[in-house]
Design a protein around this ligand. Structure first.
Ligand code: ATP
Ligand code: MG
Length: 435
């Protein structure tokens, strides 16, 4: 036998059972987007490497060490598996002049790729769901996006998720803060770890985001970006706060909240939980007014967020809030293989009426005993068994047997239904709405 092949490290199969939970979450997210008037956009998984180098910035974790990049074998073009989707969405918006008639509200979902050390909540292929509002400058849209995520967590029944916000100001303000920050960090250079020293002159803001406990004192004492914001930046931030406050939304201002990508300005926010160990950020977002121009488009304001689907599902699991997977409505028990033509037609008409039906399928060893077929019917979770017994079929009938009963009651007895009458009894077998 040939050697077994396995999936690439940090890239996971999502198998039935689990995938049903994904589909459930995705459906809920789509519904949420519809309520807020956001529309789906699907961009390629492979993009020119330059999009991320220019879009995210050369000295970001992602561009420095996390990208899966390769050369196109035919023309040598530098390509990358998308590590995030904001740059791709903005590229598409520019390429197709999406903002020609005004702002656009968009969402995406799908796999992203980053070469990181795999651990709980951190994978090399992971999935993001993201919302982007392009072409709107005011803090009202920032608040709209935050409300969306809060609604999501409310609908999922998830608690204990904190909202943290901050303002990164404008590039000019960041530059002044940067000088003060570098001076402070240089004075305490002996307290910086290797990563910190490496970023000192390239991306000092990101040092504030360090997870190294030994660096907390020096980072706590660092000059705060908020103190360098001019009146316009402050007005934007206060505008966002006013909407949150007026609606009783709890949040903390975290002056150390920065983002890994260069393109962020003004509002940044994260939703954080303590329930996932060190991978506690479930959603991260903010404003990126500079990105459109950075990748060659006409300047336009923009704001958005992305959430990690794996982390949301893990949270739901921890909180015991994952839904039960919907079983089929009917399991068909077929004692004689010779009845297959008749059975196949009847089940098909049930399905055409909207009933979910799973058929017992025989094989080389025949149909299997009635007992084993009933066992499978039970295990399927179906509410009914349809038993295609020989005597009943001879009378043009089939036995419909309820398999489930309300707590403490016994299931109602089986009854015979007519094959030719399937249109009248078939519909009754559909799952009741909301089941
Ligand atoms: P971190 O600091 O945890 O590396 P990040 O700043 O790189 O996060 P973003 O690029 O902002 O993360 O991505 C948004 C969200 O996507 C994160 O908050 C997280 O929920 C999820 N995410 C990011 N990287 C991964 C990964 N490798 N595996 C699983 N989920 C991830
Ligand atoms: Mg990261």
């Amino acid at each position: 036998m040939a050697d077994k092949l396995s999936a690439v490290k940090g890239m996971n199969d999502i198998l039935p059972g689990e995938s049903a939970q994904w589909e459930w979450l995705e459906a809920l997210l789509r519904d949420l987007m519809a309520r807020y008037g956001y529309h789906n956009v699907r961009t390629p998984i492979v993009e020119p490497t330059a999009l991320f180098v220019r879009g995210l910035g050369e000295v970001t974790d992602i561009v420095e060490k996390e990208m899966y990049s390769f050369e196109d074998r035919l023309n040598g073009e530098a390509l990358t598996l998308r590590p995030e989707n904001t740059a791709g969405v903005v590229r598409a918006a520019v390429e197709h002049s999406l903002l020609y008639e005004g702002g656009k509200r968009l969402y995406y979902m799908g796999p992203m790729f980053r070469h990181e050390k795999p651990q709980r909540g951190r994978y090399r292929q992971f999935h993001q769901f993201g919302a982007e509002a392009l072409g709107f400058a005011g803090p009202d849209v920032d608040a709209e996006l935050i409300f969306m995520v809060l609604d999501l967590f409310e609908r999922l029944g998830l608690q204990g998720i904190r909202l943290e916000i901050n303002s990164l100001g404008q590039p000019q303000e960041r530059l002044q803060h940067r000088e003060a920050l570098i001076a402070h960090l240089e004075r305490h250079a002996e307290q910086l770890d290797e990563d910190g020293r490496r970023r000192l002159h390239s991306n000092p803001l990101r040092i504030l985001d360090t997870k190294n406990p030994a660096m907390q004192p020096v980072v706590e004492a660092a000059p705060k970006l908020m103190e360098y914001l001019g009146p316009e930046s402050l007005a934007h931030f206060n505008g966002l706060r006013a909407i949150l406050d007026a609606n009783g939304v709890a949040y903390t201002i975290n002056p150390r909240l920065v983002r890994g990508m260069d393109y962020y300005n003004l509002s940044v926010f994260e939703l954080v939980t303590d329930q996932l160990g060190s991978q506690g950020t479930v959603c991260a977002g903010g404003r990126y007014d500079g990105l459109m121009a950075q990748i060659g488009g006409k300047p336009a304001p923009a704001v958005g967020w992305a959430l990690g689907m794996e982390r949301i599902l893990e949270l739901l699991k921890v909180a015991n809030q994952l839904p039960a997977i919907a079983p089929v409505d009917v399991f068909a028990i077929v004692p004689q293989a010779a009845d297959a033509p008749l059975v196949a037609g009847l089940l098909r008409s049930l399905r055409q009426q909207g009933v979910a039906v799973q058929m017992h399928a025989g094989g080389r060893d025949g149909q299997g005993s009635m007992k084993s077929q009933f066992k499978k019917a039970d295990a399927s979770g179906a509410r009914y068994a349809l038993v295609f017994g020989q005597d009943e079929l001879a009378q043009g009938m089939v036995a419909l047997k309820p398999l489930r009963a309300p707590e403490g009651e016994s299931a109602p007895p089986q009854r015979l239904v007519s094959l030719s009458d399937v249109a009248t009894w078939g519909r009754e077998l559909c799952a009741p709405p909301g089941a």
